[in-house]
Ligand binder design. Structure first.
Ligand code: GDD
Ligand code: MG
Length: 324
């Protein structure tokens, strides 16, 4: 699993924590992915890390036991790109890596049927199989055109064109031979350098129906939160009410309003007359009297001053939001 990116589009949330370790609703994001993988029989997950690996490790402490899958960490000395990271991890693993393995982006919340992907790959006896997900706007993704038998005809990374289409879901079944296409020790992109070379030469795709969301922007992070809390994706999270999760020790004044749609992390306090809606407040945030927070994401320890109004904001750790 590729988890070495800097999560730039989620800054300042990701200034001190890698995106895959960031809390989504009530657990580190990767916990969802690892549980999903374990549910499909995966017993060992290798995290290809680069950015803040120790923070990632600390956030995932205990996850091995909870999910029932072993977690290994491989740390790149410098970012090697999505393919370079796979090659680097494969070299570190040596004989421990099977001839056929899964490779995944570490920022997709999904319940897609991995078994179907593995089956298609095996039946077609191919080199690489990509899971596809249909979207209305493919501009921010890898757009894939495939033929009737699933063969990839074209792989276009980030066209910038807002056209509907089937996109690369960031979930691959690969044969070890793919590693030969990746020069060692260099930054190489699987989307731009490797997949285009495999078109017509063993690159297959399979559209899978189900839930899929890349959580890499504030808008999608919030959408994923509501999808979890409103049951559009199957997880182990138990909402306090539909669309709402309030941590057991969070404190909400009687005259305050929380929701529709809100996450209040452990230790959060919402003072009297305040309102929090369509927002996620991570650990220990305080919303002062009569303050309003809407459509925002607050890092741990943020304080919103009494009477302040905050809309569509992403606030960094321990910041103070003044009134007016
Ligand atoms: N180890 C390592 N090293 N990991 C990396 C590196 C690296 O140099 N660069 C990126 N990653 C990891 C990120 O941490 C993330 O989990 C994953 O690779 C994908 O990177 P993103 O930056 O999130 O890519 P994207 O969302 O813009 O596009 C990718 O995902 C889309 C689906 O969500 C592409 O694979 C698209 O083709 C795809 O449609
Ligand atoms: Mg992404």
């Amino acid at each position: 699993m590729l988890v070495g990116g800097e999560g730039t589009r989620l800054r300042p949330l990701t200034e001190w924590i890698p995106k895959p370790a960031l809390t989504l609703v009530d657990r580190p994001f990767l916990a969802y992915m690892i549980e999903w993988l374990a549910g499909h029989g995966v017993t060992e997950v290798v995290l290809a890390c680069g950015f803040l690996p120790d923070v990632l490790r600390a956030a995932l402490a205990g996850e091995e036991e909870r999910a029932g899958a072993k977690i290994r960490y491989v740390v790149e000395p410098e970012p090697l790109g999505t393919a370079g990271a796979i090659r680097f991890a494969a070299e570190e693993l040596g004989e421990d890596l099977d001839d056929r393995f899964l490779a995944l982006n570490g920022d997709v919340l999904t319940d897609l049927d991995l078994a179907a992907l593995l089956r298609a790959h095996a039946e077609r006896g191919t080199t690489a199989t990509i899971a596809l997900h249909p979207v209305e706007d493919s501009s921010a993704y890898g757009l894939v055109r495939s033929g009737e038998g699933g063969e990839v005809l074209e792989f276009l990374e980030k066209t910038g064109e807002r056209a509907p289409g089937e996109v690369n879901a960031g979930i691959y079944v690969l044969e070890r031979s793919v590693l030969d296409l990746i020069p060692p020790g260099e930054s190489v992109s699987i989307e731009r350098d490797v997949f285009p070379r495999l078109v017509g030469d063993g690159l297959q795709a399979l559209r899978l129906d189900g839930y899929w969301m890349d959580i890499g922007t504030p808008e999608r992070y919030l959408r994923a939160s509501w999808d979890i809390l409103e049951g559009r994706v199957e997880t182990r999270v138990g909402p306090t009410a539909p669309g709402i999760l309030v941590a057991a020790d969070a404190n909400v004044a009687e005259s305050a309003t929380v929701g529709p749609r809100a996450v209040l992390g452990p230790g959060c306090r919402v003072r009297s007359g305040a309102e929090v809606r369509e927002s996620v407040l991570l650990d220990g945030c305080v919303v002062g009297e009569n303050a309003h927070v809407a459509g925002s994401i607050l890092s741990p320890g943020v304080e919103v001053a009494p009477g302040a109004i905050l809309g569509g904001a992403v606030v960094g750790r321990d910041e103070r939001v003044p009134a007016g």
